[in-house]
Design a protein around this ligand. Structure first.
Ligand code: GLN
Length: 293
């Protein structure tokens, strides 16, 4: 079988499960992942023949895609903020809207540094709460000039993946295994310093919103990272806000990814906790997805 025939096989087999553009994007990602060929090389030589070994790997991938396994799990990695992150069933697959949160923090940092010329030389300490794959913490460490980044998660397995991602991306992150819901609010100051920035993309999808979610998310991503009770959906924001009040520096900032349906409730909660200059931003899909205070 050649590449052209393989493409038809992808379309025939997956057309009942996915829209055509998505099938083609799977096809090109797997060609790149398994054969190390770029899209343009496929265009130039569509009649390249597949070995029996490769054909069986592609057929296996098609079968997994039919069962709605995420393409990122088939590839074992994904791109986030221009960096490559290993992903598996222990971590949430990094989302494009979370990239927007990272961009917001980086652009704020860069304008702060250029506004106060001498502060560029001092370090910014950042804590990411619920780091998962480490995508936020590692991207900030790569992109923010002079930052010192710590990252916390309750899941030992998530931290194993996050550490591998830090090494693969060549950054030093201080990882902490800790349940933020069961945590002394005051950090031991001999171990931890105060943070200039606390960032978090905590679980925020209410159980009642499950039906809006795709099967591939529900079946393959850690529910621990996604869901909260219907009756206490801001549990993590509440705890992190209390923690941040104690552990942020004087003009420290908190950045959250938020539930689009609970944006004003989240802002009110932060106001009640004494935060000010609260700003909400929409993501590329037009959903109220990020908050700074
Ligand atoms: N935005 C993610 C989703 O739609 C949820 C992330 C989270 O709960 N923190 O699946």
């Amino acid at each position: 079988m050649n590449l052209l025939q393989l493409k038809s096989l992808f379309i025939d087999e997956l057309t009942d499960t996915y829209p055509k553009e998505e099938i083609l994007s799977f096809y090109y990602l797997l060609i790149e992942g398994l054969l190390h060929l770029q899209k343009k090389e496929v265009f130039l030589e569509p009649t390249i023949k597949l070995s029996t070994q490769h054909l069986s790997e592609f057929k296996n991938s098609i079968a997994l895609l039919k069962q709605e396994k995420p393409i990122q799990h088939l590839l074992g990695s994904t791109e986030f903020c221009g960096f490559t992150f290993k992903v598996n069933e222990n971590v949430l697959i990094p989302r494009p809207e979370t990239e927007e949160l990272v961009h917001w923090i980086c652009s704020d940092r860069i304008s702060d540094i250029s506004n106060q010329k001498d502060s560029g030389s001092s370090q910014t300490s950042i804590l990411d709460i619920g780091t998962g794959s480490g995508c936020i913490a590692i991207s900030l460490a790569k992109k923010c000039p002079n930052s010192e980044v710590s990252a916390l998660d309750v899941s030992k397995n998530a931290l194993i993946t996050a550490k591998e991602n830090a090494i693969a991306n060549d950054v030093a992150i201080h990882f902490i295994e800790q349940d933020i819901l069961n945590f002394p609010i005051k950090f031991n100051t001999t171990v931890f310093k105060k943070y200039d920035i606390i960032v978090s993309n905590p679980p925020y999808v209410r159980e009642m919103e499950k039906q809006e979610m795709q099967n591939n998310v529900l079946q393959n991503e850690p529910h621990l990272a996604l869901f909260v009770d219907n009756d206490n959906p801001l549990l993590f924001y509440n705890k992190i806000a209390e923690f941040a009040k104690e552990n942020l520096t004087e003009n420290g900032l908190i950045y959250f990814e938020i539930n689009q349906y609970l944006a004003s409730e989240t802002a009110t909660l932060l106001e009640q906790k004494g935060f000010n200059r609260i700003e909400i931003r929409e993501d590329i899909y037009g959903n109220k997805r990020m908050l700074k205070a």
